[in-house]
Design a protein around this ligand. Structure first.
Ligand code: GAL
Length: 452
């Protein structure tokens, strides 16, 4: 099948294709210090000077906590039939373990009920980066107690919501939160130690599989997945040093979590960091426990990574050659726009034996949007989605079993270390007034999804 890049419709994706839109608690909800919620690592991290652009904080964000009904109505009006959101662990367990916050529990019942009422299938992410601060004090993801804490939290969610929610995502991008939060210090909790990172990786790999097992046991008919960030890694030159650098980064960015999930254990290659990972955690003992038979995997790919050897970078000895330097098309985040690379990464993850189904659980782009006379003409985002959805169709034509696409994100929100500056939404948010304005790309989806 060779569909013209512009001549396809939603029908080409099939009747059973899931069209969703995604968001996350810490990025959208606000009400960070009210209704019994405990502080998360992001609430604390954002108070540290210089960590978040413009000193932004997630305390109010999009005020989804109070506006969820209107926001869900907007998602519905744009034609989506699935809504991916996350549960804030510290909202329902303010101390991470122990006392349950009834108001928090009730909030997610309201959100789920409203989704069901509108005909939006709820896709619930259990962990989208907002660890209870109380648990970080005890070591967070680098503590071996994480298994116990996470299991308690997942059990509570499954027992509370399992009768209504069948579609579950255990972790959002384990490589993202372990590397940015525990090795590079750029995200909460802001740690920068290789040993913390290695422990966090291992506890996340275990939590991911354990979480899947708990859901399988407690939620009859559950459809269970987990998400992986991924990025095609391309060597800058064909020199042996650059090829090796690309190989190391590929292991970290693409293989580190999916391989244990599929029962293969951690990638075993000539890379000192992996030996340390194994030794540090006695990981060879856990190959079976890190595996789980997920019903789907969520792929989240925002850009390819071009890399070259750099002996100044400890252990990894590689650095990225940015899209801006290479003068290729990129988004406001500086991320290369490359739909062909998206297609290749989808096929690659499919080619791992054992993946049953792929959902693209996030895809989107930030641009410098401006609201002029009540209109946001984000033509670049429309072009982006048009190209990426076409690439997805091409991957399907190659035989990749992709059954859904979730746009990132419904509305501009708290973009982690980038604060409110990076706008990814299909809906513009004026953060001073909370006024929502549907962007051109939002209308584009509405027309795509509602076409006769
Ligand atoms: C993902 C993350 C989202 C969102 C997006 C855009 O890695 O899961 O929360 O921030 O990136 O940066």
């Amino acid at each position: 099948m060779t569909l013209h890049p512009d001549k396809w419709t939603a029908k080409d994706f099939g009747e059973d294709f899931i069209w969703g839109v995604a968001m996350a608690a810490a990025q959208n909800e606000g009400a960070a210090n009210s209704y019994g919620k405990g502080p998360s690592i992001w609430d604390n991290f954002s108070r540290r000077r210089g960590k978040i652009r413009d000193g932004a904080r997630p305390a109010v964000a999009c005020d989804f906590y109070h506006r969820y009904k209107d926001d869900l109505l907007l998602a519905k009006a744009l034609g989506f039939t699935a809504f991916r959101f996350s549960i804030s662990w510290p909202r329902i367990l303010p101390e991470g373990i122990g006392t349950v916050n009834k108001e928090g529990i009730a909030f997610y019942h309201r959100v789920i009920d409203e989704c069901l009422h509108l005909g939006l299938t709820p896709y619930v992410t259990l962990y989208h980066w907002d660890l209870p601060a109380a648990l970080e004090k005890e070591g967070g993801w680098s503590s071996h107690l994480m298994g116990k804490w996470f299991n308690r939290y997942v059990t509570l969610c499954a027992e509370e919501y399992g009768a209504k929610v069948k579609d579950w995502i255990v972790l959002n991008e384990p490589f993202g939160f372990t590397s940015l939060g525990y090795m590079l210090g750029r995200h909460a909790p802001g740690r920068m130690a290789m040993s913390s990172f290695l422990s966090a990786v291992h506890h996340a790999a275990l939590a991911q599989a354990d979480g899947g097992r708990i859901l399988r046991k407690l939620v009859p008919g559950a459809h269970i997945g987990t998400t992986f960030s991924c990025s095609e890694v391309i060597p800058y030159t064909q020199s042996p040093e650059d090829l090796q650098a690309a190989k190391r980064l590929d292991i970290l960015m693409n293989r580190l979590f999916i391989e244990p999930t599929l029962g293969k254990g951690y990638p075993r290659e000539d890379f000192r960091l992996l030996e340390r990972l194994e030794l540090h955690n006695k990981a060879w003992k856990y190959t079976d426990r890190m595996a789980f038979d997920f019903d789907f995997i969520g792929i989240q790919n925002y850009f390819p990574t071009v890399v070259r050897h750099n002996s100044l970078i400890p252990v990894i000895q590689a650095s990225e050659v940015k899209a801006r330097t290479r003068k290729v098309p990129h988004t406001a985040m500086g991320w290369e726009i490359n739909p062909g690379s998206f297609q290749r990464i989808l096929s690659r993850f499919w080619r791992y034996g054992g993946v049953k189904k792929i959902l693209v659980t996030e895809s989107g782009a930030a641009f410098r949007d401006s609201l002029v006379n009540g209109v946001v003409d984000d033509y670049q985002r429309i072009e982006y989605y048009r190209a990426y959805l076409h690439a997805l169709l091409m991957a399907r034509a190659e035989g990749v079993n992709i059954k859904g696409f979730f746009a990132w994100t419904l509305m501009d929100n708290f973009e982690w270390a980038e604060g409110f500056r990076a706008r990814f939404g299909l809906i513009h948010v004026d953060f001073a007034t909370q006024l929502r304005t549907i962007k051109g790309s939002g209308y584009w989806f509405r027309d795509l999804l509602n076409a006769p």
